[in-house]
Design a protein around this ligand. Sequence first.
Ligand code: N01
Length: 502
Amino acid sequence: MDSDQSDHGADVEVAIVGSGYAGLCMGIKLRERGIADFVILEQNAEFGGTWRVNSYPGAACDIPSHLYSFSFAQNADWSRKFPRQPELLAYAEDIVRRYRLAPHLRLGHGLLAADYDEARGRWRLRTAHGELSARNLVLATGGLSRAALPALPGLDSFAGKVFHSARWDHGYDLRGKRVAVIGTGASAIQFVPEIAPLVAQLDLYQRTAPWVLPRPDRAITAAERWLLRRLPPLRKLYRLLTYVRYESRYLVFAGPSWLAGVAARLGRRHLRRQLPHDAALRARLAPSYRPGCKRMLLSNDYYPALARANVGLHTCGIAAVRPRGIVGADGVERAVDAIIFATGFDVEHALGAVAVRGRGGALLADAARGGLAAYRGATVPGFPNMYMIAGPNTGLGHNSMIYMIESGARYAVEAVLARRRAGWRALEVRDDVCRQYNQRLQARFKGTAWASGCRSWYLASGGRNSALWPGFTFEYRRITRRFDAPAYVATSAHLEEGHRAL
Ligand code: N01
């Protein structure tokens, strides 16, 4: 793969930013509809996004493999019910090969700035390897790409090793070390059981106890794989049934409260069964908020890992970091050689230092303060010819993101095609349409688990939920099936030479 390829001065129809599942899907769908003039810009040296970057021990997905894959590229050979990171990455590699995406990938081409040129109706992009222009800009960067590191007092003075779960340092040998892990979310509960047997001491700092449910994972047998390979209708049916089963979990979050009660009972029973002899530990691990308000977690080995003699659960909070240890709010300093942050991601500032400037120089980062409000998760007033895949309010707590990615990619491709067909210079979602859409969308959170009062990455500063889709996933599929031109302002001024619409 040619990662040195420069696009200096190139003009493309579509520039996709991000080469995770969303970016790859967008590329495939564009080509399927006859648009081959696109590049996929990737800041890292390798493609794959989330499933390349999150390589911590035990990294896995908690949506079943047969559902957490593209509908158009189903795989009969998943080795387990729940896919692990190496297999998900191998799947992405296979997708790039099968759909011949390599010539489109620009690895190491992190987007530095994007400016909308109103006169030309094009985006001017500056990357680490030069400049290019694109008629359409597609942000497939996802919300969980910017590691969040809490500003703990004294952290700079720490003399040991420090890293974040999403930037795991595989060169650092944890064996025999005293390690502090901060955070008890989806990432931590996966790697804590993996590293606990290796380290001398593990201090786990928990701020909020998560809900943990059993993880019904197992290997898929050779006979099952054979059947799924030989009988594609059976594979499709299995995928459909899995979809329906996971979709029904939506009711735990947004349905009658007795269903949340059932989930709570399951969680408490799991805790009791896994730690039958330690009531004091169980008490500190018992969640105190409505299930689903934060991401519900699945694990069979997290609680048992906490019962190990070399693992300590600290719920006192952190007062300060010293050169050789962490001082808890209980005043006790615990010596450590390494601190691993499992503190999640900064969704509100996901675009980080990338300056995306729309019409009139408006900064996307400014619009995103307090949570970005997009139309159908895809478009933002003031940012013409720009689309997001897995954008604001498309995240899920209950089903496969791949389903949302495919829906969003379809919508963006339809928009790109609609503009070309009509010969418009630009398409921009109407401000009133976007506002009303978001009012309706926000109203749907009322009474759901997500609005039941806990702190989570779903909520931006100010408390607005700009991360999650508040409905059934098929509702999102329905509203992204077709591009709805009346919701947009089309600029029909003549096109500049060399970029005539088809
Ligand atoms: O991050 P998180 P994550 N002091 O934000 C704590 C997806 N994912 O990387 O709950 C002390 O969930 C914070 O505490 P609190 C999935 O969508 C999926 O684990 O805020 N603690 C919390 O415990 C997931 O939701 C999979 O009180 C601090 C933790 O750090 C998302 O990624 C696997 C702190 C952060 O948890 C993010 O998961 C992995 C501080 N200053 C990830 N700041 C699967 O599919 C934060 N915390 C299985």
